[in-house]
Design a protein around this ligand. Structure first.
Ligand code: COA
Length: 178
């Protein structure tokens, strides 16, 4: 258990728990992916926490090609971070990471999973919608560099793709979300 083959074209990937030796690669992907990148220490501090589930996608040659951070607490889950190395995007890595996290949350009986996403982040929004997330709120000017609203998305336990709907200004913030 614990490994998943991505439904990607090209070489398969494996998903496994993030380890100390992955942190440099993870931090490099993070910087390449976000203007407000988490520092390496944010991943290091979360790794041993019981409520945090950090996973990396690893290529056949050992290269870390993406990661996902799922937080599970109080019967709910949160996708606090997910990114694919720019060179690996569009090959199913993000979907594999997300599906693996959602399966874990379902298994843990989390009633729902939340996340925040920049309104302009079309790739991530399409990824989430395809996995059953729907918009349930908006945090105005939540992000900096550049300032932008965050859309709050929710996926009910076991949900598959659903039609989008919206209900602005709902749900509580998390210091980790993006
Ligand atoms: C969002 C992100 C994680 C997607 O990872 P990825 O490995 O490229 O995604 P996948 O190849 O698994 O694609 C899965 C689905 O995502 C959507 N998607 C991915 N890239 C897309 C793009 N450029 N435009 C539109 N939809 C896109 C599609 O729905 C796609 O499914 P499809 O191939 O059947 O159309 C990646 O673009 C990334 O790391 N972005 C920067 C970090 C980020 O924005 N993280 C999310 C923060 S909320």
């Amino acid at each position: 258990m614990g490994t998943v083959r991505a439904a990607a074209s090209g070489p398969g990937i494996t998903i496994r728990a993030m380890q100390e030796e992955d942190l440099s690669a993870v931090a490099a992907i993070e910087v390449a992916s976000f203007s407000d990148a988490w520092p390496r220490s944010a991943f290091a501090e979360l790794m041993p926490r019981g409520y945090a589930r950090l996973r990396v996608a690893v290529a056949a040659n050992g290269e870390v090609c993406g990661y996902c951070v799922l937080l599970l607490a109080g019967g709910e889950g949160e996708i606090a971070n997910i990114a694919t190395h720019p060179a690996w995007r569009g090959r199913g890595v993000g979907r594999a990471l997300l599906q693996e996290a959602l399966a874990a949350a379902d298994e843990a009986l989390a009633e729902a999973i939340f996340l925040e996403v920049r309104e302009s982040n079309a790739a991530a929004r399409a990824l989430y919608a395809a996995q059953g997330f729907v918009q349930v709120g908006r945090r105005r000017q939540y992000y900096q560099q550049p300032a932008e609203d965050a859309l709050v998305m929710r996926r009910a336990r076991g949900a598959s793709a659903m039609s989008p709907r919206s209900a602005d200004d709902h749900a509580s913030p998390s210091p980790f979300s993006r």
